[in-house]
Design a protein around this ligand. Sequence first.
Ligand SMILES: NC(=O)c1ccc[n+]([C@@H]2O[C@H](COP(=O)([O-])OP(=O)(O)OC[C@H]3O[C@@H](n4cnc5c(N)ncnc54)[C@H](OP(=O)(O)O)[C@@H]3O)[C@@H](O)[C@H]2O)c1
Length: 255
Amino acid sequence: MNHVTVITGASSGIGTELARVFARNNHRLLLTGRNTVALEALANELTGAKPIVLVADLTEPGAAQRLVDTLRQNDVSAGILVNNAGYGLAGRFADLEGASQLNMLDLNMRVLTELTYLLLPDLVAAKGRLLNVASTAAYFPGPGMAAYYASKAYVLSLSEALHQELKQQVGVTVLCPGTTATVFFDRAGINPKLIKALRPMSPLQVAEAGYRGLMAGRRVVVPGWHNRLLAGVSGVIPHFLFMSFLQHLQTGRRK
Ligand SMILES: NC(=O)c1ccc[n+]([C@@H]2O[C@H](COP(=O)([O-])OP(=O)(O)OC[C@H]3O[C@@H](n4cnc5c(N)ncnc54)[C@H](OP(=O)(O)O)[C@@H]3O)[C@@H](O)[C@H]2O)c1
């Protein structure tokens, strides 16, 4: 069976740039997200083998299995899985709607875990690769986005453990971007003007770093020296020093 690279959250931001980078490197793709127009436009723009497009809300029951069925209907298997789909919600834990927070945790953790589990036999058979997108948020508790930060800590921890467990079979890499210029903050409810002041990286820079790290078999990729510094000091400096800054950024001046 032919192999494809499956990219979740390909309709926007880092996922779109990952799709462009993989396509430039001659990967055939399966692109998924909810936005039909964006996915079709991306599929038409990419050169090389026509991507398979699956429009799906991955948090809906049975959606992950539908992705596997789509692969089989197209007579292909997954050689690489990129678990990129995810979103954040800004606000105090007690103020955010419970159902919205649970949906976010569902996408960021359960869907990522289910897709990894369902596609692992494909990846093992292909001696393939797995790229999970976490965040520098994985390294700190994040007041003002508490559940989001915790979900990314899960992704980092799971991925590092799988890197070790699957060493001889599947190359597992976790990508931990810092602030990146996408619609993420708008969707999360953070004023994008505040984010501009943090000098975000471009999604293309992040995608290229993720691709290079995956292909090199790296365990963890943190793009940008300033983000590597942040991740590096996270184990050394007391977290309370960062927490009031984060809380102010994420809840102090909502749009
Ligand atoms: N931007 C940052 O500063 C930053 C930093 C660190 C980590 N990250 C992580 O990077 C990843 C990509 O984020 P981004 O910055 O590129 O944000 P983005 O532009 O908002 O992209 C998020 C992607 O996830 C998809 N998605 C959201 N809900 C979905 C659902 N229910 N079912 C299927 N797909 C869904 C979206 O597609 P549809 O809207 O079409 O469904 C979109 O393609 C996320 O995991 C995020 O946590 C971002």
